[in-house]
Design a protein around this ligand. Structure first.
Ligand SMILES: Nc1nc2c([nH]c(=O)n2[C@@H]2O[C@H](COP(=O)(O)OP(=O)(O)OP(=O)(O)O)[C@@H](O)[C@H]2O)c(=O)[nH]1
Ligand SMILES: [Mg+2]
Length: 139
């Protein structure tokens, strides 16, 4: 319960929708001890003080999946209240990168064709991301 006066503070998160050029998106599975444990996710993480969203995204993608972002564009922004935590997801599409994406922290990961994304169990906040990607892919 939010017992503080005033609105709940939202955590700003930089999230990467990483494309490989043949219509696949890179996803990872969250750890057992993380928020939204064991769900699939688009890699990313919390924006730290003094960082811009693209800077945070570049840092997180290097740390978590070992790629260096060469080009990214704003995709969408989502506010979601999980009850125990309120998040603002700033999602960027990563269309060019260096290195080979892999679960650098030992997390399961895979490239998934856009039409199959809805089969994965993502956090509730992610539903509009999957929806928009699938609409775009249908042309
Ligand atoms: N990375 C990521 N986080 C997401 C997604 N969807 C979603 O609701 N979140 C939420 O965003 C929040 C922050 O993400 P995170 O846990 O990856 O942050 P982080 O990498 O800095 O992790 P850490 O706290 O373990 O250091 C979490 O509460 C997570 O549940 C998603 O697709 N990707
Ligand atoms: Mg993370």
């Amino acid at each position: 319960m939010n017992t503080e006066a005033g609105p709940k503070k939202s955590v700003l998160v930089a999230v990467g929708v990483i494309e490989n050029g043949t219509g696949d998106i890179f996803i990872c599975r969250r750890g057992e001890s993380q928020h939204q444990a064991c769900k699939w996710e688009f890699p990313g993480g919390k924006v730290e003080a003094g960082e811009t969203v693209p800077q945070a995204l570049a840092r997180e993608l290097e740390e978590e999946i070992g790629i260096r972002v060469a080009s990214c564009q704003p995709f969408m922004r989502i506010e979601h209240d999980y009850g125990d935590k309120q998040v603002t997801l700033d999602i960027r599409k990563v269309t060019a990168f260096e290195g080979e994406a892999h679960g650098r922290e030992g997390q399961p990961s895979r490239w998934v064709p856009i039409p199959e994304l809805h089969r994965y169990d993502f956090p509730a906040a992610n539903a509009p991301i999957v929806h928009k990607l699938q609409l775009e892919a249908e042309g």
